[in-house]
Design a protein around this ligand. Structure first.
Ligand SMILES: [Zn+2]
Ligand SMILES: [Zn+2]
Ligand SMILES: [Zn+2]
Ligand SMILES: [Zn+2]
Length: 290
């Protein structure tokens, strides 16, 4: 449920030769005596434009002319870098010294920028803080009765894919394992284990965890849905967490979910989302329970 967003932009500027009127540079406020550059309807000395105004490539830091691309955050770069540009697997920024202060290649092949790396969930105490936050938010929309003792384990992408072989997808960020265990009295009790992709920034971790908690809620309420309904419904919790957060990071994830072409995570999600928008959480949860 993640994709990079690229837009191609064309940069126009016009260089004029001085003729009659006196002209003032919009950067240094000094008189321009011969040739100048007009950029976004303002006049600049050539030097002022090149050193202070011209949009620069996020990767090679050279001035952008002609066609260029933007990452999901609007960071511009030359089209020639498109093939070898590396995007952060969490925030979709193009990884570069200037934009992200570099980044990391993880052992499972993912790339993580330094900005995201500084905010990842790693420790048990971080997991517990996020867990309580997510459970509290879910309670507000009527998702109740989820045992807060359910084990949450972090795993890299390779381990996660092996655990969830049936849903094998390189995009998989969480997985809930459900099993029955026999109690000492001989009856069956359900047991859950939640696995979440490791080294996710806090808000992304919480969005994935919320999705997995909805799987638990469906199990607990004996609700059987088609894969598209099930994943679409669980994705509602992720989008709810992102909406509550409201940051640019979250909006990029929300856009990415809206644009997801996957039949379950994309189509299924949009179907459930329009149901939610029409009926609200209370009615939606009630209708699923019937
Ligand atoms: Zn100037
Ligand atoms: Zn460049
Ligand atoms: Zn990042
Ligand atoms: Zn799911």
């Amino acid at each position: 449920m993640h994709q990079k967003l690229n837009y191609i932009f064309l940069l126009f500027f016009v260089s004029y030769i001085f003729t009659a009127d006196k002209n003032i540079c919009n950067h240094c406020n000094q008189l321009i005596s011969n040739q100048w550059i007009v950029f976004e309807e303002n006049d600049y000395h050539n030097n002022c434009y090149e050193n202070h105004i011209a949009p620069k490539c996020s990767l090679c830091l050279e001035i952008l002319t002609g066609e260029y691309l933007l990452d999901a955050w609007g960071n511009p770069f030359h089209k020639i870098h498109e093939a070898d540009g590396i995007y952060c697997s969490s925030c979709s920024r193009i990884i570069s010294e200037g934009v992200t202060q570099g980044g990391y290649k993880l052992d499972d092949g993912r790339f993580l920028c330094s900005l995201c790396q500084s905010n990842i969930v790693q420790s048990t105490s971080q997991i517990n803080i996020s867990k309580l936050k997510v459970l509290t938010l879910l309670q507000k929309i009527g998702i109740e009765g989820i045992n807060k003792e359910i084990n949450i384990t972090l795993a890299n992408r390779i381990t996660l894919q092996k655990l969830a072989h049936k849903i094998s997808s390189s995009q998989l960020k969480g997985f809930t394992k459900f099993s029955y265990i026999k109690s000492p009295f001989g009856n069956l009790a359900s047991e859950y284990k939640i696995y979440i992709l490791d080294r996710l920034p806090t808000i992304e971790f919480e969005a994935v965890l919320a999705h997995e908690y909805l799987h638990v809620w469906l199990y607990e309420n004996n609700i059987e849905l088609s894969p598209a309904e099930r994943e679409g419904f669980c994705n509602l919790a992720s989008s709810y967490i992102y909406e509550q957060n409201g940051s640019t990071f979250s909006h990029i994830h929300l856009d990415s979910m809206d644009a997801d072409t996957h039949p379950n995570y994309g189509d299924g999600f949009r179907e459930m989302k329009s149901n939610l928008e029409k009926n609200g959480w209370k009615t939606l949860l009630h209708s699923l329970r019937q």
